[in-house]
Design a protein around this ligand. Structure first.
Ligand code: AMP
Ligand code: ZN
Length: 114
């Protein structure tokens, strides 16, 4: 059993509110939402951070971007707008070391982020 929480969520060993799943990626609602819609998209393969992304797995990033509008649509925010965020490393606030994109929406976003 993996000790990575997001690997365990993707394997459904830990329950989550699943939004989208295919062979490569898994999307589920964030447990501490920072906006009315806050969903996380992860690769099913364990990759700790963007800094650890193998050159031969960059297709995963393309796949996440390709599916993000569909996931936003499933959450009802495709037309109103959304933000896709990838935290990498200590200064970014990355807490979970399994690559994940945040999809945030359902309210007006501010810039710059804190
Ligand atoms: P980050 O700070 O970019 O590493 O974001 C990690 C995110 O994972 C945070 O927004 C957490 O609220 C979220 N999170 C942590 N544990 C869980 C969980 N079991 N289910 C859903 N989201 C989680
Ligand atoms: Zn993992």
């Amino acid at each position: 059993m993996s000790d990575c929480i997001f690997c365990r969520i993707a394997a459904k060993e830990i329950p989550s509110k699943v939004v989208y799943e295919d062979d490569v990626i898994f999307a589920f609602d964030d447990i501490r939402p920072q906006a009315p819609v806050h969903t996380l998209i992860i690769p099913k393969a364990h990759i700790a951070s963007l800094n650890d992304m193998p050159d031969d797995r960059t297709d995963v990033i393309g796949h996440i971007f390709a599916k993000a509008p569909e996931i936003a649509a499933a959450k009802g925010i495709k037309a109103t707008g959304y933000r896709l965020v990838l935290n990498t490393g200590p200064d970014s606030g990355q807490d979970v070391f399994h690559v994940h994109f945040h999809i945030l929406g359902g309210r007006k976003m501010h810039w710059p982020p804190g």
